[in-house]
Design a protein around this ligand. Structure first.
Ligand code: AMP
Ligand code: MG
Length: 411
């Protein structure tokens, strides 16, 4: 059986971006850039005033004891273009953001000026460049503002708008279907017959994917009957880029998902991974489309989603470096992982002044749902680890998205 790292690498090496589309700037948040945005010109493009005040020649004011009188010959507001030069002995009234007129090399705030009917007097020395924002201080023409593969943040959108872009090329988001399987499942809200359980997995998956900005559809359950499973998966595969099922991938007589996908011609990439929980995970692909068969136990489905589906979602959107970031957390208790599988330990986080601490959030059985709800971190415990309390261990923090992607991107 493959290790977690090996299985991830198989998945990554086979994943290609789905394609590109141009979207209006207002819809680019959380998407992955498919084009590099370069600055077409310097920013700011011209020197401008950082304060409301007067544009002056600093050489006119080098001996403030003399308090020379400067004649005010005009004014420029933000949005206007200066129509005169500041000659020696003169000043131009300017407002924040206004272009600094030629001749002037400093802006004196209005608070530092005495206004008289003949002109202005300045009470202090003025240095060249004071309160002037020089051209290209922010960035110069040709600078790469947004590289290909960047996960787009609100500030990136501001950059794109700053250089006048109204549309951006981004990678396409996969169309996702979630589909729970198992004849024991009942829709929440319906009466529960003896022996049956409510479906929670597909609601979890749908909520989690929505949190990540991925549009997702949910169909009702797959029963454990061969013909139904086969025909429903065939229909689903035609309509979606990825079909995520839960249940039916272990070795029981009713576990039909893998067989059905293989009968439909999918190539098996992953069939079992040395992780706990989540060992029965199955992943297959054909023609650039994908199927994830997550195990039915709720904690297994959760871990497989975070450990595999989550990074895959970004790889398939053209961000090959995406991984769940491993945040360092200090263990509040000793942790042992005697088996040969990577153990994802659901932990509660405590943020203290000296760091982040993690404690197991409750019983760790793969059928236990409440521990997941009480946890904020999945501590990644390597096989055979025996970690003392106080050890700094790596943890996925699912709700830290998108910070985790932004940290993964910066070298
Ligand atoms: P399976 O992977 O089909 O063998 O299912 C493993 C366990 O997970 C069984 O106890 C199932 O009843 C439970 N299970 C399967 N699907 C769901 C679901 N959608 N919601 C909650 N529990 C489930
Ligand atoms: Mg089942």
């Amino acid at each position: 059986m493959r290790t977690y790292a090996e299985a991830l690498e198989v998945l990554r090496s086979r994943t290609r971006p789905l394609g590109k589309e141009a979207v209006p700037l207002g819809q680019a948040l959380g998407r992955v850039a498919a084009e590099a945005i370069r600055a077409p010109s310097d920013q700011p493009p011209w020197a401008n005033a950082a304060m409301d005040g007067y544009a002056v020649r600093s050489s006119d004011v080098h001996s403030p004891e003399a308090r020379p009188l400067l004649r005010v010959v005009g004014q420029v507001a933000a949005g206007q273009w200066p129509d005169r030069t500041v000659e020696p002995g003169t000043a131009v009234r300017v407002f924040t953001g206004a272009p600094v007129p030629p001749g002037a090399d400093a802006v004196v705030p209005q608070e530092d000026v005495v206004e008289t009917s003949e002109g202005i007097q300045i009470r202090r020395p003025v240095s060249p460049g004071e309160n002037v924002r020089p051209p290209a201080e922010d960035f110069s023409a040709g600078t790469c503002l947004i590289p290909v593969g960047r996960y787009i943040t609100p500030a990136d959108i501001a950059l794109a708008a700053t250089v006048g872009r109204d549309r951006l090329w981004v990678y396409r988001v996969p169309r996702v279907l979630v589909l729970a399987s198992g004849q024991e499942l009942v829709e929440p809200g319906q009466p529960l017959e003896q022996g049956r359980i409510y479906d929670s997995n597909s609601y979890f998956l749908q909520a989690r994917l929505r949190r990540l900005g991925v549009p997702v559809e949910r169909w009702s359950f797959l029963p454990d009957r061969w013909e139904d499973v086969r025909s429903t998966l065939a229909r689903a595969f035609d309509r979606f880029d990825v079909v995520i099922t839960t249940g039916g991938v272990s070795v029981g007589a009713y576990d039909l998902i893998r067989k059905a996908w293989e009968a439909l011609g999918l190539e098996t990439l992953i069939a079992g991974v040395a992780i706990k929980p989540g060992k029965p995970l199955w992943v297959g692909t054909a023609d650039g489309r994908w199927a994830f068969g997550l195990p039915g136990n709720p904690a297994s489905a959760y871990v497989c989603l975070e450990a595999f589906v989550y990074p895959w979602l970004w790889w398939v959107q053209g961000f090959p470096g995406a991984l769940p970031y491993r945040f360092p957390v200090t263990l509040g208790r000793a942790v042992q992982n005697p088996g040969g599988r990577t153990f994802f330990l659901r932990c509660r986080l405590h943020v203290r002044p000296d760091g982040w601490y993690a404690e197991p959030a409750g019983p760790q059985g793969s059928h236990i749902v409440r521990t997941t709800a009480l946890s904020q971190a999945l501590v990644v415990v390597e096989p055979n680890a025996r970690w003392e309390a106080g050890t700094v261990a790596p943890a996925f923090i699912p709700e830290a998205h998108p910070l985790d992607l932004l940290l993964a991107e910066v070298p």
